[in-house]
Design a protein around this ligand. Structure first.
Ligand SMILES: *Cc1c(COP(=O)(O)O)cnc(C)c1O
Length: 397
């Protein structure tokens, strides 16, 4: 099918929930993707922080192919080596004790919320409130979207599940006030807000949230779906911030593109779940776990955490240069590792479209923040390519 036919066919039959860009992608290699007409793009969106090894990484491809030829799926009523190995690796590398696998970020957060509610019931039947932040993003299923502190995602879906409360990110007074009544089951935050505009925690914020949770017997849940898997330069952002949550959720980069999500917790909290309390048909099947095992191995073997720190610093520096060159267009540059944002004075979609036309895929979030979440194995040359294109586009504004 040619590009026009594909787009037309999709538009006729696919649910109209995505405002898609008018290109049809066909294949990729490293940080590059190609459309159906053979045009090459450098991909600094990486499937929204998913393709952390880039496209068609040989080790990931081989791991998937090998596992597909052996056992793609079996029920969670049985053990598999792939799942046991992945659970062990994640527990060891996160400092947590137990892991549960689902298929997406939203599902990981649903599981985390369910676990927090069950655990809190063992302390008091009144501890049911889940506090989240405005401008957060936690997914699209009913509880995850209720946890998402952005009214635009709630509209039309009422009645929403009860027990969710919201505070402004970085505002400790609001949080303290809500936690006073000791009805808080859990506080759920992104260590850096991704979709909300790459919003950083103020120094000391996460530490104080941890203290408040400890004082009131509430659990701290970190949604590391976007910030996890090395994105900020440590495997999980909380490790760099030095604040350990009771439950952490991870998805996006975990399978390098194969759908898999997880929540991880301590033995104490995990004890609230007994056999039959939670489950999943597909979650953690051997194919997805083989992919995630390969991703974790690559992060270690290819020293991707160090590369993320180095390339993050370089990209941040280049963005600062652009901000200095175009002060009327860029007002702030922020982020950590390879989750970086540039706040614009104009809507970002225009800039994104112009970059796309020139062969660079970037993204805009929260309306006016250009977001960069490239693969973790990029080099300076790749960054220069994107920055040259962005420079040209900004110069023409
Ligand atoms: C993407 C994202 C989610 C939702 O993940 P899905 O796989 O789309 O369900 C949840 N939380 C954060 C922080 C995310 O970035």
């Amino acid at each position: 099918m040619d590009q026009q036919t594909i787009m037309k066919t999709d538009e006729q039959h696919y649910m109209k929930v995505f405002a898609r860009y008018p290109i049809v992608l066909s294949h990729g290699e490293g940080p590059y993707v190609y459309d159906n007409s053979g045009k090459k793009y450098i991909d600094f969106l990486g499937g929204i922080a998913v393709n952390i090894l880039g496209h068609a990484h040989p080790k990931l491809v081989a791991a998937i192919a090998k596992q597909a030829g052996r056992l793609i799926h079996c029920s969670n009523l049985y053990y598999t080596e792939q799942q046991a190995t992945l659970a062990q690796k994640l527990a060891e590398q996160s400092g947590m004790d137990r892991v549960f696998f689902g298929n997406s970020g939203a599902e990981a957060n649903e599981g985390a919320i369910k676990l927090a509610r069950k655990y809190a019931k063992t302390i008091s039947p009144d501890k049911v409130e889940i506090i989240t932040a405005y401008d957060s993003f936690h997914g699209r299923t009913l509880a995850a979207l209720t946890a998402t502190g952005q009214p635009k995602y709630h509209e039309g879906y009422e009645p929403l599940p009860g027990g969710f409360r919201y505070v402004h990110y970085n505002n400790l007074d609001e949080l303290k006030a809500l936690m006073l009544a000791a009805k808080t089951c859990a506080v759920m935050l992104e260590p850096i807000q991704g979709e909300g505009g790459v919003n950083m925690p103020e120094p000391g914020y996460l530490e104080t949230v941890r203290e408040l949770c400890d004082q009131t017997g509430a659990l701290l849940i970190f949604d590391e779906i976007q910030t996890g898997m090395g994105r900020t330069g440590s495997l999980f952002a909380y490790q760099a911030f030095g604040v350990k949550p009771d439950i952490a959720t991870v998805a996006k980069g975990l399978g390098g593109g194969v759908p898999i999500g997880a929540f991880m917790t301590t033995e104490k909290v995990a004890a609230a779940f007994a056999a039959g309390d939670h489950g999943s048909t597909f979650g953690g099947n051997p194919l997805a776990c083989a992919a995630a095992n390969a991703v974790l191995d690559c992060i270690e073997e290819e020293q991707l955490l160090a590369n993320t720190v180095a390339m993050g610093e370089y990209l941040l520096g280049e963005l600062v240069k652009l901000k200095e060159k175009y002060p009327a267009l860029i007002t702030e540059v922020r982020g950590k590792g390879l989750i970086l944002g540039a706040k614009l004075t104009c809507p970002g979609r225009d800039i994104v479209n112009k970059c796309l036309a020139q062969g660079a895929i970037i993204n805009c979030t929260a309306g006016d923040v250009l977001r960069f979440v490239p693969p973790l194995n990029i080099n300076r040359g790749h960054i220069d390519e994107v920055m040259t294109t962005l420079d040209k586009v900004l110069a023409a504004e």
